[in-house]
Design a binder for this molecule. Structure first.
Ligand code: SF4
Length: 455
């Protein structure tokens, strides 16, 4: 799965956990959620279940009877961070249950931290709950243990990640997610829609659709219909769009059927935004990466999308310094970027991940060359972003308000996903605004990544 570069990865920020009022004797669990937005959805699900069973959720180690650490194992640096988090939880609380991606390697964890109570892998909700029941037995109280309408959410109330499938059928050489998470397993469309409806009823104004490979949704179900809903991304996106919230699609691969999603943007059902992890542009590099859709004529696809939806925002991530990347291949990537004029771009320098097949490729690129390519790439991406934002001066944009304080309101336009893209700031006349409001502003100022505007 494509990941954002470490500097802008929301997974490197620990999510804050909302506190619960605790009744006397109520069993209480703390949670540290590391990992990508997909892992955050897992944490939310675990907490929702625990709360339904009568547990309180503690925002700190001291108030918890045990702590769950939801780990990330995508990069070696993320693994090290996960081990640190487990160590901290053991020191501060002492009773620790580990879950998440790194849980797929139990020996790695118990080797470093033999005192953890249990280790469960990604999406093993039942096993996590069993481990919690064993460590801290539940004490149900049917009068007070009512689930809040939206479950327990770690993201702000007005937006929510919506995971539509798990796993991946591809074998990109730099990625170990298919080994850790298995092959694609799509959730039934009716179950996703029910979850989305509940979220919208509970006040969520923006749904962020995530998975390892969003455009492959339903392939494993042969796109069959169940309870009136076909398991296909176009149908699902349309149905989600009818719920009235903003719908933003992440991790879409440029397969030909993606063209069918673009008209939904014109109809206002889905935000005119696509997050597509291209990773590179040179066909040989893509082949060495074993990327899906490596042979796609991506510039043609982009042109077709823009023709059908001129205000579409395209976001992508790239890897520079992949083993064997020549200067000529890198130059192709720069030229491609010039032509593609993507709105939002993240980049990271290739690094080995334990167990990935790319480690054994010949021609690893020297660190200083990687850094140089990264700098050149980001310089170009920044200039494109700046010019694109300048072009928005004087336009009127719908924005969603994320945060309001004494200084002003931090908002996002339809072109900005939370955590990874830019913001639009309002610093006058914002006093009446609240998080989740959707308002129209005029853009007055533009920087490299952010905008400023007034109501
Ligand atoms: S194998 Fe490729 S497509 Fe699948 S999760 Fe990894 S990077 Fe994404």
């Amino acid at each position: 799965m494509s990941q954002n570069p470490p500097l802008i990865r929301p997974d490197l920020a620990r999510a804050s956990i909302p506190a619960d009022p605790r009744r006397a004797g109520q069993p209480t669990i703390g949670m540290v959620s590391l990992g990508c937005p997909k892992a955050l959805v897992d944490s939310e699900r675990i907490l929702t279940r625990l709360r339904a069973e009568g547990y309180a959720i503690s925002p700190d180690y001291a108030g918890a009877d045990a702590v769950i650490v939801n780990t990330c194992g995508f990069l070696d640096s993320a693994k090290a961070e996960s081990l640190d988090a487990i160590g901290e939880a053991l020191t501060e609380n002492g009773r620790v249950i580990v879950t998440g991606c790194l849980g797929a390697e139990p020996d790695y964890i118990t080797g470093a931290h033999p005192k953890v109570l249990a280790v469960t892998g990604p999406h093993q909700y039942e096993q996590v709950l069993d481990a919690v029941h064993l460590a801290v037995p539940p004490s149900p109280d049917p009068f007070v243990d009512l689930l809040p309408a939206s479950g327990v959410k770690l993201t702000p109330r007005h937006y929510s990640y919506l995971k539509i499938s798990e796993g991946c059928n591809h074998h990109c050489r730099f990625c170990i997610i298919p080994d850790m998470r298995g092959r694609l397993v799509s959730r039934p469309a009716h179950a996703i829609l029910r979850e989305a409806e509940r979220l919208v009823e509970a006040g969520v104004r923006e749904l962020l659709v995530i998975s390892q490979d969003t455009s492959a949704y339903g392939v494993d179900l042969k796109h069959a219909e169940a309870r009136g809903h076909r398991a296909h991304i176009t149908d699902l996106a349309r149905d989600l769009g009818r719920l009235g919230a903003w719908v933003r699609l992440h991790y879409v691969y440029p397969y030909p059927h993606v063209r069918d999603l673009i008209p939904l943007m014109g109809e206002g059902l889905v935000l005119p935004y696509l997050d597509i992890p291209f990773q590179h542009a040179h066909p040989d590099t893509l082949k060495r990466m074993a990327r899906p859709a490596a042979a796609a004529r991506t510039l043609d696809e982009i042109a077709a999308w823009r023709q059908s939806c001129p205000d579409i925002t395209l976001r992508s991530t790239f890897i520079v310094g992949y083993p064997g990347e020549t200067e000529a291949e890198f130059q192709t990537l720069l030229d491609w970027l010039d032509e593609a004029q993507l709105d939002r771009v993240g980049c990271f320098q290739y690094e080995n991940v334990a167990g990935a097949r790319a480690n054994d490729l010949p021609g690893h690129v020297a660190p200083e060359v990687k850094q140089d390519r990264f700098d050149r790439f980001m310089q170009k991406a920044q200039a494109i972003s700046e010019a694109k934002l300048q072009a928005k001066l004087g336009t009127r944009q719908q924005v969603i308000v994320d945060h309001v304080d004494a200084e002003g309101a931090t908002c996002r336009t339809k072109a900005d996903a939370p955590e990874i893209d830019g913001n639009l700031f309002i610093d006058q006349g914002f006093e009446e605004l609240s998080p989740g409001d959707i308002v129209t502003v005029t853009v007055d100022e533009a920087g490299e990544y952010d905008l400023w505007g007034h109501l």
